[in-house]
Write a protein that binds this ligand. Sequence first.
Ligand SMILES: *Cc1c(COP(=O)(O)O)cnc(C)c1O
Length: 481
Amino acid sequence: MPEIRFYSGDEIPLELHKVRIVQKLDLVPVERRAQAIDEAGYNTFLLKNKDIFLDMLTDSGVNAMSDRQLAAMMIADDSYAGSATFTRLTDKLKEIFDTDYFLPAHQGRAAENIIAMTFVKEGSIIPMNYHFTTTKAHITRLGGSVEELVTDEGVKLVSDNPFKGDFDLGRLESLLARCSDRIPFVRIETGTNLIGGQPVSLGNMEAVADIAHRHGKLVVMDASLLQDNLYFIKTREAAARDLSLREITRRISDKMDIIYFSARKLGFARGGGIAIHDRSLYLKMRELVPMFEGFLTYGGMSVREMEAMTVGLDETMDMDVVSQGPLFIKYMTDELLARAVPVVTPAGGLGCHLDATRFLPHVAQQEYPAGALAAAVYIAGGIRGMERGTISEQREADGSEHLASVELLRLALPRRVFTLSQVKYAVDRIKWLYDHRDLVGGLRFVEEPSSLRFFFGRLEPVSDWPLRLVNAFRKDFGDSL
Ligand SMILES: *Cc1c(COP(=O)(O)O)cnc(C)c1O
């Protein structure tokens, strides 16, 4: 990918695609936004789309598809068993990962269910760089536990480490030496989601796989966010500079025993599945697919989804395609940094992450600063983000609050969806909010489900701060939306 420089010296991510289908957006007035978030119990998951201007909740299943993907969906071969669509998909996976076997599943967590049911039992320990919500839920449901081995640098919010998703190899070695009989596999999560979409280096992945194999352990890769990770390996790792994305991918996949993914992210589609090199491993997991997902040639996916995924995987090998997400996220992160707004650095994949602890230092952690910031960003700009802090944790068995180690507001940039002016608008409203941060107060639960409270829970403000924020907005913006 040749870097495109502007004569002015401005660093602007240039869209390498044109828009051919659009969806009209509404920006409702600030008074309506305050009312809408109140109706939603100050939980952005409960907002209605008609009240949202920029939906930055997630990148899952909302990435823009290409003309080639839409065209492929029209020639999908619909049959229960043996569809040509499935053959095209498995051929593409063979081409990219050199895997001979593929088990389809309806999305990433379904692949996790199959892997966990096959390998995890009471007392199992699964070492990984960092957990993901659904991964951990499937492991703990079966009596296993997760051991996080990301380097100390990985959890520092402000850093210039290019690979914050890397494993601490020393800790991996010692865990394998101490608890070998309880460890069925080592899991590598590419584009480490919950620490800010931070990548793992090629060198680290290879070293982790070598260590695990030396101890006789399988290596499982969660490739859901592989696409951003490939971009970072290519642009940040000296040893990979002269390799193509296809070559990097093969270097990685050659070291893995099992590769699973959510195609809601990897491949800009829906669905997911498990790619496997070895026939006996494939046979171990195979019967769970018809039991939980669907027959072996669709696994709960529509054939159209599979066609879109096949083309999407092919496009993932194109630097012009995969660069768009990380470049936009870097732009947004840099613009916020330039305005002194606290963000997670370096910019990763997936989205831009605001550090709510530094954004709202006057809001106690018991009053959910990341949740309050999510509500305030929505009021300020009609922008929906996702709380990734204490609300996303679960209470301890004794009912006490489990305070999260970081309080983040994630603003996802689904790939190829937003334009540069929309990103500039988001930066502008967030900067305005930062200058009025003293007005923002905390939240408390009024309805708190015992599990997954971040999805369904309802809260209220501890004071009339949303009203004061609306008044300040009107004062500064006049009758503007
Ligand atoms: C989204 C995601 C999953 C789960 O995939 P779904 O398709 O949402 O079930 C698993 N791992 C990672 C890293 C993810 O980002």
